[in-house]
Design a protein around this ligand. Sequence first.
Ligand code: BMA
Length: 369
Amino acid sequence: MKQLLFATLLLIAVTSCSQGKGEKQPVLADKNATQETKDLYQLLSQRLKKGIMLGHQDDLAYGVGWYMLPGGSNVKDVTGRYPAVFGWELGDLELHDPYNLDSVYFSDMKALVNRAYAKGGINTFSWHADNLVTGGSAWDCKQDSVVRTCLLGGSNHARFLAWLDILADFFADLKDKDGKPIPVLFRPFHENTGNWFWWCAEQCTPKEYKQLWRMTFDYLTNTRQIHNLIWVYSPAGVPSEEKYLERYPGNKYVDILGFDSYMGNSEDAADAYTKQLDTNLTIVTDLSEKWNKIPTLSETGLEAITVNNYFTGILWPTISKYNISYFLLWRNAFNKPNHFFAPYPGHPSGEDFKKMAADKRIIMIDNYL
Ligand code: BMA
């Protein structure tokens, strides 16, 4: 009895020492996640104390003035370092296309994801899936029953699952040099509180949205046994916690609590943006604390960076007040004028970006090649 008591006390002491007082290890929604995926989730949790990772969509694939150059990166061009988080887009993979809707070949993407992972980078995937009913893009909101028809019993259920099969094959094929699945973040059906995608708030009820998410989770993890995914829920900026949770699929289906929020161009844009960031950063950090999840700013930026001190005057002073995992700046298009969210060499916001990137709390990668 005495021995048992001693062993129990020892266990309690060891556990509380290694985790720190009152800290709990976050647990993934996918109970069968691979060890590497669990490790990545722990790493994200531990890094919350160290700083905030800088992320950029399609950073290694193209930038302003270039496409697929070895080692190419607008972030590196300007700051001397690479992002720590790399965003990728799966849109059009479901059509069996060789490249996505932003002209990145999936074969190139796989190689870049592999390289980024080998160098300590973290990869996150969005999916602007086409409208299955009309054949239009993700932005086609002409009718409001797409989600319903994809659910169990719906006329497009089988076709939707066939799309998920294509995604499953892609995720299963992300392998490191030892052939082990590379753990990645998956952020499907994002900005769902808006009104611009077929899965948005005016296109389906909260119940239908939750069913769509849960079905996708169950199909990929349980039916297809894809166990290298960390699931990110990311509505558009919302006014309250109640709104954030209205379409939330539930803790059993989500690992990271994020949101997408951009600065606009109106006269009060900076105020509106910082207010939205503060409201939503408070929501995701509070909920993460309560539920043992990880908070993030999944997408952000100011298109064409029309304010020269956007980074050190607006973005960083707002987000650095919070312990979030990362912020992901949207893409620097090579073929769409003025569609960029990180500076490129010669852009007037470059110095400002460099200054922000030099902050001790910003986490980036030194070496990629
Ligand atoms: C949007 C724009 C589009 C792009 C889409 C998917 O925000 O950047 O040009 O096709 O995201 O990446």
